[in-house]
Design a protein around this ligand. Structure first.
Ligand code: MF3
Ligand code: CO
Ligand code: CO
Length: 257
């Protein structure tokens, strides 16, 4: 396991790619309404990334992934494939996960959207997932261990009697989409990698309303769903460890951590 330390010049490039990824989520927000298909969302994001941002959508053809963004609706945990037949309806929740490459560097971020009017469980799940991510982000600084962060995220989630997905995690990021370290969203205080200035990685907890167990859909080899068909929510930011804390490279306009 080797964790790369980015130079200030590299972090500046990641600031650019992170900002672009954030801007895609800002751009798509007004389109996330009942009646639109996840394939239409994919097309709008793809065209924006390619034609407006002059950047590259990292998921497209990544290990064979067929689309430019991930769209994960309701009981889909992550890696949902946009398709014309998946039309959003009132009451759905959806995670849209955007990764762009600009000047060789990746920016990776996702957020949840409520489609029309959602129920109280969906709201509590989505809010808890975000709060757990924020809790983790706020802890990031040199000297803190990944186990400290995973433990804090897990505690926040389980206090609400929701569960944390174990099979998928955050990751180092830079010129490579997924690099060391693995950033688990559960764990034990005092164990794991000690953070250092210049590390860049994501925090992206996946939170299930029911049990934590996952199932990979055999028909497409990508879509991950909750085994018990319960709702799932996820948020993600790309981060850089600074000399005394953290910089959120994918922060959206008006967003506070
Ligand atoms: N963006 C996802 C992540 O947060 C990875 C998607 S890989 C894909 O790590 F191939 F499904 F696009
Ligand atoms: Co990621
Ligand atoms: Co992502």
């Amino acid at each position: 396991m080797s964790v790369s330390i980015k130079t200030p010049a590299e972090i500046e490039k990641m600031r650019v790619s992170g900002r672009l990824a954030a801007e895609v989520l800002e751009m798509i927000e007004p389109h996330v309404k009942p009646g639109i298909s996840t394939d239409e969302l994919n097309t709008i994001c793809h065209d924006y990334i390619v034609n407006v941002q002059n950047a590259t959508p990292a998921p497209l053809n990544y290990k064979g992934f067929p689309k430019s963004i991930c769209t994960s609706v309701n009981n889909v945990i992550c890696h949902g494939i946009p398709k014309p037949s998946k039309v959003l309806k009132n009451g759905d929740i959806i995670n849209i996960d955007i990764t762009v490459i600009k000047d060789g560097y990746h920016g990776d971020t996702s957020k949840m959207f409520h489609v029309g009017k959602t129920n109280i469980l969906a709201k509590r799940l989505v809010d808890t997932a975000r709060e757990s991510m924020v809790e983790g982000i706020r802890m990031v600084k040199p000297g803190v261990r990944l186990g400290d962060i995973g433990h804090a995220i897990q505690k926040k989630i389980e206090k609400q009697r929701f569960s944390v997905v174990r099979e998928y995690c955050g990751h180092g990021i830079g010129t490579v989409f997924h690099e060391d370290p693995q950033v688990l969203h559960y764990g034990k205080p005092g164990v794991g990698l000690k953070l250092e200035e210049g590390m860049t990685f994501t925090i992206e907890p996946m939170v299930n309303a029911g049990k934590r167990h996952t199932k990979l859909m055999k028909n497409d080899g990508w879509t991950v769903v909750t085994k018990d068909r319960s709702l799932s929510a996820q948020w993600e930011h790309t981060l850089a460890v600074t000399s005394d804390g953290v910089e959120v490279l994918t922060l959206r306009t008006g967003e506070t951590i």
